[in-house]
Ligand binder design. Structure first.
Ligand code: UT7
Length: 336
C-alpha cells in the first residue's frame, strides 16, 4: 500500500493592525527599548483591540483567507483543530466558533492546549488523521490573544507577548512530501514556572482572584529560559539525527519565537546560519500558538517543493518538540 503523508498545501496568517511598540511600553512601565531589544529581540507586537474580540477573530481571518487562497469550499473541510491557550470561552471550543464563522459545516472541530508547543502538537495530531486515509482536507489553526491574559503592569511578561495567528491546510500526499516525523515531549514538573493560577476549575474566578491578579500569565522567566534554551536545541538536534540530516540538508528552521537568544542557540546547535532561520519576533513578539504558522506564512514565497524544514517549539507545561517535514509546493507560485 502507498504510504500517505500529511502535506501542508497552503498557509495564511492574520495579525491585528494595532502595533504596541517598545516606545509605547516605555510610557507604561519602567523599561527601555534597549533592554527589550537586547534581552528578547522584540521591537513591537500586535494587539487585538475592541469589545468581545477573542482569539476566534484572529482564527477566522486566517481560515477565511486560507480557504480563498487554496480555492477550497468550506464544506470540503473534514477537520479543524485550533491550538490556543486563550480560547474565546471555556467552552465551546474556539475551533467550533471559527468553523461556524467560516461556513465549515461538515468538519469535526476541537481545540488543543499544549501552551507554546500547541501548534506543533496539533499539527502532529492532524497529520495522524490525514495518514489514516479518512480525512482529506484538514485545517490546523494556531492563534492567541495573549493581551487578554497579560498584566500590563508586570514588565517581566508584558513586553514579550503579542496577538496573532495563522492556519495551514493539510492534505494527503503519496509522493514523499509532507510531515515525516516528530519528537514531542512533556514534563509536568515545569508547571510551577509557567502557568495561569486562576480561572480554571481548581480556582474559579472570584473577587479575590481578580484582586490578586491571578488571571494573568505567571512566568518565572529565568527558569523557563534555562529549560527552553537547552530543550529546544536538544530536540532540534535529535530530530536531525533521527532523520540523518546534516546542517546542509536543512533548508529552513522554523523556531518558536519566545526569545531571540533561544532561537540563536538552537540554530547554532543545528549548525545553521541565520539566513536559514525564520525570525519575525521583532515584529510580533511571542504570539504563543501563532508563532510557527505565522513564520510559514511570511516565508511562504521563499519555500520550494522538496525543502527540508525543521519546526521546533518550547512552552508551558513544560512541553517541547521538533518536527521534520518535506515542503510540498513552490511557495512563489501561490497568489498572496
Ligand atoms: O514561550 C514560552 C516559553 N517562554 C520562554 O521561553 C521565555 C523564557 N524567558 C525569557 O525569555 C527571559 O527570561 C525574559 C525575557 C522573560 C527575561 O529576561 P532575563 O534576561 O531572564 O531577565 P531577568 O528576569 O533575569 O531579569 C533581569 C533584570 C531584573 O532586574 P534586577 O533584578 O537584575 O535588578 C529585572 O527586574 O531585568 C529586569 N527586568 C527588566 N528591566 C527592564 C525584567 N523585565 C524588564 C523590562 N525592562 N521589561
Amino acid at each position: 500500500m502507498t504510504k500517505i503523508q500529511a502535506a501542508i498545501t497552503g498557509v495564511n496568517g492574520w495579525v491585528p493592525p494595532y502595533r504596541l511598540t517598545n516606545a509605547e511600553l516605555e510610557t507604561m512601565i519602567d523599561t527601555s527599548d534597549e533592554w527589550i531589544t537586547t534581552r528578547t529581540g522584540i521591537k513591537e507586537r500586535r494587539i487585538l483591540k475592541g469589545e468581545k474580540m477573542g482569539t476566534s477573530v484572529i482564527g477566522t481571518h486566517a481560515v477565511k483567507g486560507l480557504l480563498e487562497k487554496t480555492k477550497t469550499k468550506p464544506e470540503e473541510i473534514d477537520l479543524l483543530i485550533c491550538a490556543t491557550v486563550t480560547p474565546d470561552m471555556q467552552y465551546p471550543a474556539t475551533a467550533n466558533i471559527i468553523s461556524e464563522n467560516c461556513g465549515i459545516k461538515n468538519a469535526l472541530s476541537f481545540d488543543m492546549n499544549a501552551a507554546c508547543s500547541g501548534f506543533l502538537f496539533a499539527l502532529n495530531t492532524a497529520a495522524k488523521y490525514v495518514e489514516s486515509g479518512g480525512y482529506k482536507k484538514v485545517i490546523v489553526v494556531g492563534a492567541d490573544k495573549m493581551s487578554s491574559i497579560v498584566d500590563y503592569t508586570d514588565r517581566a511578561t508584558c513586553v514579550i507577548f503579542g496577538d496573532g495567528g495563522a492556519a495551514v491546510m493539510l492534505e494527503p500526499n503519496t509522493e514523499g512530501y509532507g510531515i515525516v516525523n516528530a519528537l514531542l515531549h512533556v514534563d509536568g514538573s515545569g508547571m510551577q514556572y509557567l502557568h495561569q493560577v486562576a480561572g480554571g476549575s481548581a480556582m474559579p474566578p472570584s473577587h479575590e482572584t481578580i484582586d490578586n491578579k491571578l488571571h494573568y500569565v505567571h512566568q518565572e522567566g529565568q527558569s523557563v529560559f534555562k529549560f527552553a534554551v537547552t530543550n529546544m536545541a536538544d530536540v532540534a538536534a535529535a530530530i536531525m539525527e533521527k532523520n540523518n540530516l546534516k546542517s546542509d540538508d536543512v533548508a529552513w528552521l522554523v523556531p518558536h519565537q519566545a526569545n531571540l537568544r533561544i532561537i540563536d542557540a538552537t540554530a547554532r546547535r543545528m549548525g545553521l546560519n541565520t539566513d536559514k532561520v525564520m525570525i519575525n519576533i521583532q515584529r510580533y513578539g511571542n504570539t504563543t500558538n501563532g508563532t510557527l504558522p505565522l513564520c510559514l506564512w511570511e516565508w511562504e514565497d521563499k519555500l520550494k517543493k522538496g525543502d527540508n524544514i525543521v519546526l521546533t517549539a518550547f512552552g508551558g507545561g513544560f512541553t517541547w518538540g521538533a518536527m521534520y517535514l518535506k515542503w510540498a509546493y513552490d511557495g512563489d507560485k501561490v497568489a498572496k
